[in-house]
Design a protein around this ligand. Structure first.
Ligand code: ATP
Ligand code: MG
Length: 766
């Protein structure tokens, strides 16, 4: 396999040992390739979901009995249980911390405001800035992958892309501590995105090869396939915990984050979501007795508006459709603005270093604090509702930051500040207040409008600063505000008692989320679960469908756009139309494939691994009649394990079976690589000059049945193959000249019938 091109060898150690004359194959270096400059091709590696059915794997499978299967299933269920408990408890910890920090902050601010407004503002600003600083400091210095919501990266991971650092233990810690700071610090963001990421990190601990979890009995899980399932479970658990919406969690994982789904997985995801619901419920009932400081019966996102509108009239459909359109437009605009800003941050601002990130976050915190404190000061207060007509309403509520009818800078005793009720408050409480169904015109149109514009702008500038952040809560707040405005319009037009502004606020929230995130089924169920109002289901469905359709006219969904911006090469569910005209041959970029012959010299393997970053290499055997045969595909990670172990090095270039020996020294779990981080590298391998002269028979280690497609297969079909099977490599071959047979779906059922006689069959065939 002597080549004409000499490849440069990475690392001084290897170039010395290999004396740069190492015989490597000719390879198209792709220097002029336009794709090399594309962001989607840089720095990302795919995951290996495909089962490598090599000798070690087959041996392993043959040894697996009934008990092994039971053990495997039992561990999976155990993990599902642990993920549920872990995520539920993390959500609880975050909520207790956020509620307590917020409680102390508001109590201190209200107390000082009695003496001086300015001193109150200073305390409020400092409190928020300290919390935000702690968050951004943790993220920049300790866990950079914890910034943002994490959902675009998780989408990428479950689509088959290994995003380094995203599922590490330190990311988990950074995410939990960071979101306490960012949410407690009053920024225009929520904790649901971080909770989804937290759930995924907890889940991936189960498949980690690092830390303390490396026991032999858990090693069956150390592969990308099983880890993918665990991460899916974790994502669902995160949503279930954030919204206390177990079914919504399952559907969120199914609709938004995963690319592949299996029915066995559905049961486990469902089980974990149920566990989360129980854990959260138990923890909250413990807190109900005052054990958790300011964290009382509220705290978790649940805005019960079951007292609201439970029926609707035909004439209300047009304002509801209008809400859908507004949601689609504002959602698409939000996606576009955040995209521009994130792109500027990525390419310019954040390249200047961590100090800039810290200053930026503190600046955003300052603007948010000043606006949320200052704007309510400029509003005129509203008289409290008539206590005779509304005996249940407690108004005014001096020095109380929670609940409706907050009294803030009001001249008379019997007034409340409607803008402070939603702006000078924790996000959860603000949403609860916006959905309030207690009275008509609880908020003035002017306050709602000011809040909407300001909060929209704040949410746009906040997304992308280096703190953990979620987009659901800001989306719900923006949508609920214009929803309530439309509700006020409908009430004043039709003057009917049964029209409820809170209901419109809820529909507005659904419309904005639909217009921005473009989810439908999962959002619908989440909205129903968090509001406990099943009667609104058809309306939420209508609004979501309209807002998604309108948003889709302008741009992609929020997470897809962000994934694209980060250079995550997501394979979307459907191939592009132009692919129908192209064939597999058209997608080939290299003129010649870098491959190995079955018996390869160690120095050659090292030289090839040093000279490129490919992860899959076809292995070719030369037959005695001079023809060549593709015997499979070997992964870089396997070659590195073989080079490190050295156990299979041989002195002569003779095939193992010709020597009457095919050793299986490895079990299937020996070839695993650590989760989402750099695995073994060629620079970790140490070989002597004598060892470099030796040979390796690659046959027992190749994947003997990689997916192959004929070169004229349409690219659409190849795309679907990749997308539906989660492939990493596909070999392109000429049209086959010989045929062995044909299989139909009935033939796939046949082995089941013949299972008992299969041993007999296989022995007679041999
Ligand atoms: P992924 O990046 O998806 O994890 P990979 O690392 O095996 O897979 P890359 O080396 O990153 O693949 O692919 C970069 C380019 O090199 C692609 O265009 C691919 O077609 C090409 N390529 C990959 N493997 C080989 C190979 N063995 N021989 C020649 N070209 C290859
Ligand atoms: Mg690669």
């Amino acid at each position: 396999m002597q080549g004409e091109l000499r490849l440069t060898v990475d690392g001084p150690r290897w170039s010395r040992l290999l004396n740069s004359e190492a015989p490597v194959e000719e390879h198209d270096t792709m220097h002029e390739d336009p794709w090399v400059k594309s962001p989607v091709t840089l720095g990302t590696e795919s995951l290996d979901y495909e089962v490598v059915e090599n000798s070690a794997y087959r041996e392993d499978q043959a040894q697996r009995g009934r008990w092994h299967r039971i053990h495997y299933a039992a561990i999976k269920w155990l993990f599902a249980l642990l993920i549920g408990i872990g995520t539920g408890l993390s959500a609880f910890v975050i909520n207790v911390a956020v509620e307590n920090f917020s409680g102390w902050k508001f109590i201190a601010t209200f107390a000082i405001m009695r003496h001086s407004y300015f001193a109150g503002l200073v305390v409020y600003v400092l409190f928020n800035a300290t919390l935000v600083f702690s968050s951004v400091f943790i993220v920049t210095n300790f866990a950079p992958a914890a910034a943002g919501s994490g959902i675009p990266e998780l989408k990428g991971y479950l689509n088959g892309i290994d995003t380094p650092g995203i599922l590490l233990f330190r990311t988990l810690i950074g995410k939990i501590l960071g979101s306490i700071g960012s949410v407690g610090g009053g920024l225009a963001l929520g904790k649901e995105g971080p909770l989804v990421h937290t759930g995924a990190c907890i889940a991936s601990l189960g498949g980690s090869t690092k830390y303390f979890i490396n026991w032999q009995w858990l090693r069956v899980f150390k592969n990308d396939r099983d880890r993918r399932d665990l991460v899916t479970i974790g994502c669902a658990a995160g949503v279930a915990a954030a919204f206390r919406a177990p079914v919504g969690g399952v559907l969120f994982a199914l609709e938004e984050v995963t690319s592949w789904w299996r029915s066995q997985l559905l049961w486990r995801v469902f089980f974990t979501s149920a566990v989360v619901a129980v854990v959260v419920r138990t923890a909250m009932s413990w807190c109900a007795h005052g054990n958790c400081g300011h964290f009382g019966s509220g705290g978790f996102i649940i805005w019960d508006i079951s007292g609201g509108q439970d029926d609707y009239s035909f004439y209300e459909l047009w304002p509801m459709a209008m809400l859908g359109i507004i949601g689609g437009l504002l959602g698409a605009l939000f996606n576009q603005l955040t995209l521009y800003l994130s792109s500027y941050r990525r390419n310019v601002l954040h390249k200047k270093g961590d100090r800039v990130k810290i200053i930026e976050a503190c600046l955003v915190s300052l603007i948010t604090s000043v606006l949320s404190f200052g704007l309510p000061l400029l509003t005129t207060c509203t008289p409290c509702p008539d206590p005779v007509r509304y005996p249940d309403i407690v108004c005014p509520r001096p020095s109380k930051h929670y609940g409706n009818y907050v009294t803030f800078h009001c001249s008379s005793e019997n007034q409340y500040n409607d803008l402070a009720t939603i702006f000078f408050n924790t996000p959860d409480d603000a949403i609860r207040n916006l959905f309030s169904t207690k009275t008509v015109h609880e908020y003035s149109a002017q306050s709602l409008f000011i809040f909407m514009v300001m909060f929209y702008l704040l949410a746009v500038i906040t997304y992308g600063i280096a703190v953990p952040s979620g987009q659901f809560v800001p989306g719900i707040m923006i949508g609920a505000t214009y929803g309530r405005l439309v509700g006020m319009l409908v009430v004043s037009l039709y003057k009917k008692d049964d029209i409820d502004e809170g209901t419109y606020a809820l529909l507005g929230a659904a419309s904005f989320l639909g217009g921005s995130m473009r989810m439908t089924v999962s959002l619908c169920v989440i909205m129903v679960e968090i509001t406990n109002n099943l009667n609104l289901l058809p309306l939420i469905m209508l609004v979501l469908l309209i807002s998604k359709a309108v948003g889709d006219i302008f741009n992609m969904g929020f997470y897809e756009q962000q994934a694209h911006l980060r250079g995550i090469p997501l394979l979307e569910s459907t191939p592009k139309r132009f692919m129908r005209k192209l064939s597999a041959r058209d997608a080939l970029r290299a003129n010649k494939v870098v491959n190995f012959s079955r018996i390869a010299q160690v120095s050659h393997i090292v030289a090839v691994l040093c000279s490129n970053n490919h992860n899959g290499f076809p292995v070719i055997e030369e037959l005695p009649n001079g023809q060549t045969l593709v015997i499979g595909l070997i992964l870089r990670s396997y070659l590195l394990v073989l080079l490190q172990s050295k156990a299979d090095f041989q002195d002569t270039p003779i095939a193992g079976d010709d020597r009457g020996r095919v050793t299986i020294r490895y079990s299937a779990t020996d070839f695993v690589k650590p989760v989402s981080s750099k695995g073994l590298s060629i620079n970790d391998i140490h070989l002597t000059p004598q060892e470099l002269e030796m040979y390796l028979d690659l046959k027992p280690f190749v994947n003997p049945s990689p997916y192959m497609v004929p070169e004229d297969m349409s690219l659409t079909k190849v795309y679907n193959l990749f997308r539906q099977l989660g492939l990493r490599h596909v070999l392109v071959v000429p049209r086959p000249s010989r045929l062995t047979g044909l299989i139909t779906r009935k033939d796939l059922l046949l082995p089941e019938v013949l299972e008992e006689t299969s041993t007999e069959l296989s022995s007679t065939r041999v």
